[in-house]
Design a protein around this ligand. Structure first.
Ligand SMILES: [Zn+2]
Ligand SMILES: [Zn+2]
Length: 303
């Protein structure tokens, strides 16, 4: 499973215990299977199995970090981390992407020479490992199907189904190699899997970098936010509008609002309520407003 499946956790405290014990089981199953795959890949001399091992290493890391983060995010804000610990989630996604990019690049550089000089592989061993892979991932799919169908879980399901498909490809390849002497099938499968891992890791890395570089989140239109604010009759102008995301889910807005000269503090409080109401549908979780009067000299006044 890649990082984005694990953003939401621990909201419902009654389910908290079962979620984390499910994750623990998933973590140890994935970890043991990853180790089996690495050893199996070396013994069968199969690059395709090693590609899958790299993939499952990423899955194990993602599950492990979400287990770790689940406890961490409970800690809330601290003096040192005034926004809380939400950014540890994209941080672990960043580390995972780098592991997957390096791992898949390694597989690609090892598999390409084998296209020219295919090495003999233990097709029977590959077949057993593929059956085990289908069994493990199929079991996980089956387990998840019983749970409630959140978007998060659907994403995990989809990923697990991809994993099963990868193993089915290895299964078919190993069966063919059992009957026909075509060892080139192994590096071909391996390259297909590794390129797929590389491409997904690259897409994840790009997304994570957007978070760290404080890009405007994709799910909020900053121009619409500005015009929604400017449509309020008390607001004459807006500037220094910043919209960014803490972890890909929790979005933060800060803005300067130029208002009439003669508003009272109680009226400002009402205006803040209006702003909150207006922006409710925009998926913004944290708003900071600076009120300014017309003609006030603001160093940050750039549109
Ligand atoms: Zn997977
Ligand atoms: Zn200003």
């Amino acid at each position: 499973m890649s990082h984005h499946h694990h953003h939401e956790h621990g909201h419902d405290h009654t389910h908290h215990h079962s979620i984390s014990s499910n994750l623990k089981v998933a973590f140890f199953l994935n970890l043991s299977f990853t180790i089996i795959e690495f050893i199996g890949g070396i013994f069968t001399n199969s690059m395709a199995i090693l590609s899958d091992a790299i993939h499952d290493l990423g899955d194990t890391f993602a599950i492990g970090s979400s287990l770790f983060l689940e406890n961490y995010s409970q800690k809330g804000r601290s003096k040192k981390f005034s926004f809380g610990y939400k950014r540890f989630s994209p941080l672990s996604a960043l580390i995972n992407s780098v592991i997957l990019l390096a791992g898949s690049l390694f597989i690609i550089t090892e598999a390409i020479p084998r296209l020219l000089n295919p090495e003999t592989v233990d097709a029977r061993g590959m077949l057993y490992l593929a059956l085990a892979g289908i069994f493990f991932n199929g079991l996980a799919v089956f387990r998840l199907r019983k749970g409630e169908n959140s978007i998060n879980q659907r994403a995990v399901m989809l990923h697990l189904l991809e994993d099963v498909l990868g193993w089915v490809a290895v299964l078919v390849g190993s069966i063919v190699m059992l009957f026909v002497n075509l060892p080139i099938i192994d590096p071909i499968l391996s390259l297909l899997i590794a390129v797929y891992i590389f491409w997904n890791a690259f897409k994840n890395l790009r997304q994570v970098m957007h978070i760290f570089l404080q890009a405007t989140p994709d799910d909020v239109d900053i121009d619409k936010v500005k015009s929604a604010l400017e449509s309020l009759e008390e607001v004459q102008d807006t500037h220094d509008t910043h919209l960014w995301t803490l972890d890909g889910n929790y979005n933060i807005l800060s803005v300067h609002l130029v208002i009439n000269n003669n508003m009272r503090l109680s009226e400002l409080a009402e205006l803040r309520m209006k702003v909150n109401k207006k922006l409710k549908s925009y998926h913004i979780d944290h708003i900071t407003i600076q009120f300014e009067v017309p003609g006030e000299l603001c160093e940050l006044e750039k549109h």
